[in-house]
Each structure stands twice: as C-alpha cells, then as structure tokens.
Design a protein around this ligand. Structure first.
Ligand code: SF4
Length: 323
C-alpha cells in the first residue's frame, strides 16, 4: 500500500527516535493499520511501554494499566485491539464483554501475572482467614476472579486504605507491596512475584547515575525494589512519571522503568534531557506494527474469558474503578 502524505506527516512525532531508513519500513504498515481501523470500526489501546511507532502513530488511547482499563469502559467501537500484554487484553474484554478484543500475539505475557494462580490464593485465604485479597491488575482474569478487589501501581495506596481493614493481602508484586507498606499503617502481607524488568534496577545503579549525570532527577516505578525507590527522588506509576516530567520540566531526568517509556515521554518534552538505562520488557516487545496489521486483517487473536470467571473478575475490577 503506498504511504499517504498524512502517514509521512506522522514522522515528525518520532523522528528523534526512529532513523529515516527504519521509518520507511514502517510507513506501509501504518497506512494499512489506519485504513483497517476505519473499515473495522476498531480502536487501538497502547500501553506506555509500546515502541514510539505504535504509541505515537497508530494508537487511539495510550496510558498505564489504570488509564487503559478506565478508558476501555466506554470505548465506542466494534473491535478493541490491545497493544500490550495478555492481562491487559483480558481486562479490556472484562469491561467490554460485547466487543471483539484482539491481541496481536497471544504469547505476550508477564512475569508478575505468571507468578500466581487461583489455587495459590485459596491457600493464602486458608492461612489468613478473613483478610481481604487485593490483586494488582497485572494478573490473569482467573486470579482476579479469586480476589476481592484489584489495584494498579497508581491507586494501590488508595485501595489498601479504602477497604477499612487493619490487614490486607496484596498480591502478586512483592516490591509494590513493600513500597506501599512504607506509606501506610495498614499491615500488608505480600507474595513473592516480581516484574522481570523493574527487579533489575539496583540502588547502586541510582548512585552511579547521580555521579555520572549531576543534577539528574530520578523517578522510579514502584515495582522496583524498595532500596531503589528509597534512593530515587520520587516514585510513581508510569502515568505519574509522565505527568511529573510534563509539569516539572526537570533539566535532566531518568525514568527507572521499561525502555520505551522514555522515548514516548521524550517525544512530548523535547527540552528535557533523558538519561536512558535500557531494560526492555520482552513481552511488550512481541507487539509490532506488522502483527497489529495482521490482527486487524485476519481478526486474530481473539481474547475470550470463561463467563463464570468473567463475572467475578469483573466485580474485582469494577470495585477498584468505583474507589
Ligand atoms: S514490564 Fe514487567 S509488569 Fe509490565 S508486562 Fe513486562 S514483565 Fe509484566
């Protein structure tokens, strides 16, 4: 398909991150995706960790897990394509049961989602009777269904305190649970799941960054280990990091999170210098322009959820959205 002038005009958004020769290889897929979205009345939800040609050139709704979950509630389209990992597509399906939800690669998983099963939650409930289970959205629908309520990194403290309990189980991210525990009087029992991207950052990395880049402002995701968060200037969700850079305009900043996030935020903040230690999420990187195009062309891969699981999982997500 010949690339249109409007596709070529998208390049200015991403030209600092994508060399011209690489962009030429993207134009045909971008033109086809924009066309297929119209034909199929489809929208693309893209997580902050998607690469710039997806995030800035074909996505309709972008953000962190919470933003995508919220915006997915009132998407006016027949088809929702999720440029993200499988649990995000399941969440979109939970909130839009009547719509077709597609994910370009069924193997796009998550180390946190895979760290816990509904059977593990049953054992935790036996060991801690009456203690409510708060589940991070980075989990399967089956795990959400076995929980009382969901949370994201952006609203975790609010959910922990909003339940009115003295003790809660917060699963599956150990580091998120321990980082929130430092901010509240509610006793938090954690699980041992970790994000394979954020667990790689160390407190030594932060000290080294400060030495090498004087004046750098360090923003850490709360899935990082607690000693990393303690060394950082601020900790918060990806949406919060994005807002922080836009409003504070630090001269020099480092985002301790997935690699593509810096490119996506830098595109909107050309005056800020981004230092980029690069930890890639291999699951997020399974999503490409070419498999997005194939997904829309061939209606693949449709995400479905067992209806009995969906009722309970939806209740846990909607309870979170209500708070
Ligand atoms: S960045 Fe971490 S939490 Fe997010 S999808 Fe990848 S492994 Fe899961």
């Amino acid at each position: 398909m010949p690339a249109s002038a409007s596709v070529s005009s998208l390049y200015h958004r991403v030209s600092r991150f994508i060399p011209p020769a690489e962009w030429m290889g993207f134009e045909d897929d971008i033109a086809a995706i924009l066309d297929l979205k119209k034909k199929r009345n489809a929208v693309i939800l893209a997580h902050n960790y998607q690469t710039p040609e997806i995030f800035h050139c074909v996505a309709d709704i972008v953000g962190d897990s919470l933003a995508l979950a919220r915006r997915a509630v009132d998407v006016d389209a027949d088809v929702i394509l999720v440029a993200g990992v499988h649990f995000m597509a399941e969440t979109a399906k939970l909130l839009n049961p009547g719509k077709t939800v597609l994910i370009p690669d069924m193997e796009a998983g998550c180390s946190l989602a895979e760290s816990i099963t509904p059977e593990d939650i049953a054992l935790l409930r036996e060991a801690h009777p009456g203690v409510p289970v708060i589940t991070y959205v980075n989990t399967s629908a089956a795990v959400k269904a076995a929980s009382d309520i969901c949370c994201t990194s952006g609203n975790a403290k609010q959910i922990v305190e909003g339940l009115g309990a003295r003790k809660v189980l917060m699963i599956p991210d150990e580091y998120l649970a321990r980082n929130i525990a430092r901010q509240t009087d509610v006793e938090i029992i954690a699980w041992h799941g970790h994000c394979e991207v954020h667990e790689l950052f160390t407190a030594d990395d932060v000290r080294q960054l400060r030495e090498n880049y004087p004046g750098v402002r360090v923003l850490a995701h709360p899935e990082c280990p607690p000693d990393v968060v303690a060394e950082a200037d601020f900790a918060g969700s990806t949406a919060w990091m994005s807002d922080y850079v836009a409003s504070e305009k630090p001269g020099r900043v480092v985002l301790l999170t997935e690699c593509s996030m810096s490119d996506n935020v830098a595109a909107d903040n050309p005056d800020v210098e981004f230092i980029r230690p690069c930890n890639l999420c291999p699951h997020m990187k399974r999503i490409t322009l070419s498999n997005i195009r194939a997904a829309l062309e061939h209606n693949q891969h449709e995400v479905t959820i067992d209806p009995t699981v969906a009722v309970d999982a939806r209740r846990a997500v909607e309870r979170m959205l209500a708070i």
